[in-house]
Design a protein around this ligand. Structure first.
Ligand code: ZN
Ligand code: ZN
Length: 285
């Protein structure tokens, strides 16, 4: 049995470990494919994104490793690209010139602090509350609505393959309940976003990055039936920042997807996203 991972980070951004270490670990895990997807550069200071000067080296390293390990595993070149209106996005000319196998589109920034720097919403709890108070006067509902609105804007205006952790804004509820995830207004935001995803045929990843730490999935198990009902394709990604985290939570997620009625996952095969059957223990290819 084997899995894949299309969303992972390495030393070129905020991940730990060289690209080759991820590939070697993936081979050890008997994985069939691994995509390297560092945070794409942004045109302002940010400690967790790749530096623009490193992009060529990044692409070249992956290219060399693709060839070196071609008989063991498929290695794919990708980037996790932020969408910030008027600043950057998957279709921004600087990024769209880069030759990638596929793209992940994600929202990590919601509007700007008073000093003009974009506010990352998935950093520390302190940073989150700082933005919440400074930019939104503590109005969490408006922040959450803005987050989903940005996701929909990205879906409707940009081209990319996988939407990264589309409900990540809920992550801080673990530290302190900030809003009710069962409230009608919240479920409406989620539902509207899923409708956009469905209409543009974008793949939803079940992102397991936080699963080990606090049991969170993006999106959670409760949304699996809705994804199926809307005929949205899903794939399982670990968003690994360490080589040994490549398959965190996969067995649990696969089991829950099966229980919800999913029979296939979207997998990248010969340059095309393809439905592949799976069970709790791996892909059936
Ligand atoms: Zn991300
Ligand atoms: Zn990521």
């Amino acid at each position: 049995m084997s899995w894949t991972n299309y969303h992972g980070h390495c030393k070129f951004c905020d991940g730990h470990g060289q690209i080759e270490e991820y590939i070697q670990q993936a081979i050890k895990n008997n994985m069939k494919a691994i995509g390297i997807s560092c945070h794409a550069p942004v045109p302002f200071d940010c400690f967790w994104t790749m530096k623009p000067d490193d992009v060529d080296d990044y692409l070249q390293q992956i290219q060399e490793l693709k060839l070196k390990y071609q008989s063991n595993i498929h290695v794919y070149t990708s980037l996790e690209i932020d969408y910030i209106p008027g600043i950057t996005g998957p279709d921004h000319p600087i990024l769209s010139d880069i030759n990638l196998d596929y793209k992940i589109g994600s929202i990590h920034f919601v509007d700007k602090f008073k000093n003009g720097t974009p506010w990352p919403i998935d950093g520390s709890f302190d940073e989150f509350t700082k933005g919440l108070d400074e930019i939104y006067n503590g109005d969490i509902k408006t922040v959450v609505q803005r987050f989903f609105q940005l996701n929909r804007e990205m879906i409707n205006t940009q081209s990319f393959d996988i939407i990264g952790h589309f409900d990540k804004i809920k992550m801080h509820n673990v530290t302190k309940p900030l809003f009710d995830e069962n409230a009608d207004w919240y479920l409406r935001e989620v539902n509207d976003t899923l409708d956009c995803i469905a209409s543009r045929n974008i793949i939803v990843e079940i992102n397991t990055k936080s699963y080990e730490r606090n049991g969170l999935l993006f999106p959670g198990v409760e949304l699996f039936p809705k994804l199926l009902e809307k005929e949205i394709s899903v794939t399982i990604n670990s968003d690994a920042h360490y080589p040994d985290k490549l398959e965190i939570g996969y067995e649990y997620v696969a089991g829950e997807l099966r229980k919800a009625g999913f029979k296939t996952l979207k997998e990248f095969v010969n340059g095309n996203w393809t439905d592949v059957e799976f069970n709790k223990y791996g892909l059936l290819w």
